[in-house]
Structures are given as C-alpha cells and as structure tokens.
Design a protein around this ligand. Structure first.
Ligand code: HSE
Length: 411
C-alpha cells in the first residue's frame, strides 16, 4: 500500500482525489500497489465530503510521517509550495506537482535535490493540462535533437480568443466563463498577460535544451491588446491570431524564445486548436514535426496528468535520469531584438499608407469591411525586432497611431 499526501484541494486537487478514489482498482494494477490518500493539506474545511477526515492544516504532519512516500503538490503559487516541496524532497519523499510557476522558477534546483536523494520530482501536469508532453520530450523523443517548440500553451486565453472570434463575446464575458469553468489562474492576469504561457515554454525549453531558462529572461506579451479588427485582418491575410510560446535553437546553439500573440497561417496545424485546447508542435531532427493536442486546463484533464505521475513515481526504482536539466544563467539565449520575422501592422493617421511604405518599404496591404479612411494595415517584410520598434517609433513621431503590431510565426 502506497500512502500519499495531497497538498491543495482546489480544482486540480479535488480532481486528483476523485480519480484516485474512483479508479482505485485499476490504478493499483498500474502502479503495482494500492494507493491511499492519507492526508489532504488545505486551509479550508470540507465537512460535506465523505473523506473529510483526511484534511489537515499542518504540513509538518506530512513531513514527519515516514509512511508518506509521495507528496502531491497542487496548491499553486510559489510560496509556500516551494518550501513544502523542497522539504519533502530533502526528507526523501518523491513529489508530483502541477505547479508551473514552481517548476519554471525552481525546476533545476528541485530536480537536483531529487537526484541527490534518489527520489523523483515529476510535473507532467505543469504544461498542457491533460496532454502528455513532458514525458514524450525526455523519453519518447529522446533520440532527437529538439530544434523547435511552438505551442498554444494557455487554455484560458485560447478559450477567450475563440469566444471573441466565433461568438463575438466580449473579452470580460469570455474571461468570466473561463474562470467559472476552472481554467483561469487565481489571478487571471497571469493568463491574459502571457505569464502562464511563459512559464510553460520555459519548462519545455529547459527540458529540451538542457539548461534552465527563467521566465524573467523571456519577452512576454499577452492578449489584452488584441482587437476584433486585428482578427479581421488576420482572416484577410489567411490565418488566425494565437498566443504562442516559441523556443527555437539557432545554428549558433542559442535559443530564441518568446511569448506573444502571433499571426499563424490557416494551414498550420495549430490554427484549428480552439477553446480550452492546447496544441504543442515539437520539431525533432529525426522525427520532423510532432504535434500534441488536448485539453490544456480543467479539473480532470489536469488531474489525469498528476495521477499518471503518481503511478510513475510508484513504479520507479530510482530517479528517472532523463528528466533533468542543469541550472542556467541565460547565456544560451539569443538576443530577442535580433529575431527577424515578418509582422502585421495596423495604423491610423493622415496618409498612413504612404508613411508606412516610406518607413518600411513595399508591404502587402490587408483589407477589412468598413475600415475608416485613415486606417491602413499590411504585412511588413521580415526585419529584426529592434529595427521594427525603431521604425514604429518614427511613425508615431510623425503623427501615425500604431493600433496593432503582431509578428507572423511560421509554425
Ligand atoms: N490557467 C491555465 C490555462 C491552467 O488556462 O492554461 C492550466 O495550466
């Protein structure tokens, strides 16, 4: 009998408890031993639950109980999650977590402690909700050098964009529904400002490229500036707007990494990833493109990934050596200002078309119905981000308002 402790009984934690109790027999077969949740740590009381006797409020009870071999952290946030996870690993307990903030901030350190103590620190649920992506990256795709990862990594923003495009919902109404469905972070700014997607691309890139990439090193932009007009122009161009996390290995072995809304072609496999679904494209030197698709948020999809990690921990004889990266200082990152991409531009002002062409040279004009006479939109040729920014500043200095600027991603 394996005894585990669950830290957090929110959306994901309650899903983990539900699956562990409902599927006890099949999980016992898969793990090679029955699984019992001995404790659930939560500050709240849940007297209505049939398992209300398991709730505790003191982490030291878990830490001090030698029967507990696996700690499942689904509290979210950095503190106290980091302190509890670190102490658990140091005490020789394996840890399973869904906490992307924790892994993105402390992954290298916690993996090193797990290895030193011959236990495991697993976090399949931290990226892509129910989609298997961490395990495929370090196991199934182990024969490859990964050259690029690009993904729709945030279910909430994808849900919002889909609702705005398909149903004409307002941003606020779509966000409120995402919150009601349990997709959004406690502070949904982390979703809509791109931080959540940033943490996830950092985790994937750290694993794929071998050294820790910290979120504060990654240029990050969310979806709050996207307007229905931009969506119409994307459609005229032949594509859609998606919030992408992108990480690409250059010929110089530097990683170009960013999070931002992107124009992507309708032909892209990511273009039809809608609602709360996530899609992650992994390019390997042997496999070519592999695309992972599934529900990126929500109670049971995320709990499914947590429970799969619990099974793996219980089957493992030692630390899983392939799930590893070293600490990083950012020296393996390419200069974001040097990234050369095409981009969409929407401006407004007197003689806007002429001003844009004077600044940028010839560009491909885009159209939408009922555009005001002073509005102009086009696809600009590929140029370095720094040069584009300087030219946009020039335009604004000449009285042209920049209403939208979105890079074109080839994915
Ligand atoms: N808020 C996150 C999302 C939850 O919307 O993708 C899953 O990580």
């Amino acid at each position: 009998m394996a005894k585990i402790a669950l830290m957090g009984h929110g959306v994901v934690g309650s899903g983990v408890a539900e699956i562990v109790m409902k599927s006890a027999q099949s999980l016992a077969k898969k793990a090679g031993t029955p699984i019992e949740i001995k404790y659930i740590l939560d500050l709240r009381d849940f007297p209505e639950l049939s398992y209300s006797d398991k709730f505790i409020k003191d982490f030291d009870i878990i830490l001090g109980d030698p029967e507990v071999s696996v700690v499942v952290e689904v509290m979210g946030g950095l503190h106290p999650a980091y302190d509890f996870v670190k102490a658990s690993l140091q005490a020789g307990k394996s840890v399973v977590t869904s906490n992307k903030e924790l892994v993105a901030a402390k992954g290298a350190e916690l993996l090193a402690i797990a290895a030193e103590k011959h236990v495991n620190f697993l976090f399949e649920a931290s990226v892509g909700g129910g989609i298997p992506i961490i395990r495929p990256l370090h196991q199934c795709l182990g024969a490859n050098e990964i050259t690029e990862i690009a993904g729709i990594l945030n279910g909430t923003t994808n849900f919002i964009l889909t609702k705005m495009i398909r149903e004409g919902s307002t941003f606020d109404a779509a966000l409120a529904e995402a919150q009601r469905l349990g997709y959004a972070e406690r502070n949904p700014a982390a979703d809509v400002e791109g931080m959540d997607a940033c943490r996830k691309i950092c985790i994937l890139a750290s694993l794929a490229f071998g050294s820790h990439i910290y979120p504060d090193k990654v240029p990050t932009q969310g979806i709050t500036q996207i307007t229905p007009e931009d969506v119409q122009y994307a459609s005229d161009w032949g594509g859609v707007i998606k919030l992408l996390g992108r990480a690409k290995l250059g010929g110089d072995k530097k990683v170009q990494i960013a999070v931002s809304p992107c124009f992507i072609s309708r032909e892209s496999q990511l273009a039809s990833v809608d609602d709360v679904f996530n899609g992650i494209l992994v390019r390997g030197d042997a496999t070519g493109d592999v695309v992972f698709y599934g529900k990126g948020a929500g109670k049971l999809p995320t709990a499914s990934a947590v429970v799969a990690d619990i099974i793996d921990v219980l089957k493992a004889q030692d630390t899983i050596a392939t799930l590893h990266w070293k600490d990083g200082d950012g020296s393996n990152l390419a200069d974001p200002d040097a990234e050369e991409l095409e981009s969409y531009l929407r401006v407004s002002g007197p003689n806007a078309a002429q001003a844009v062409q004077q600044a940028f040279g010839p560009c491909t004009e885009l159209h939408r119905a009922d555009a005001p006479a002073e509005e102009f939109a086009c696809i600009l040729p590929a140029m370095a981000a720094a040069l584009r920014r300087a030219k946009l500043e020039e335009l604004e200095a000449r009285g042209i308002a920049v209403l939208g600027s979105i890079v074109v991603a080839e994915v």
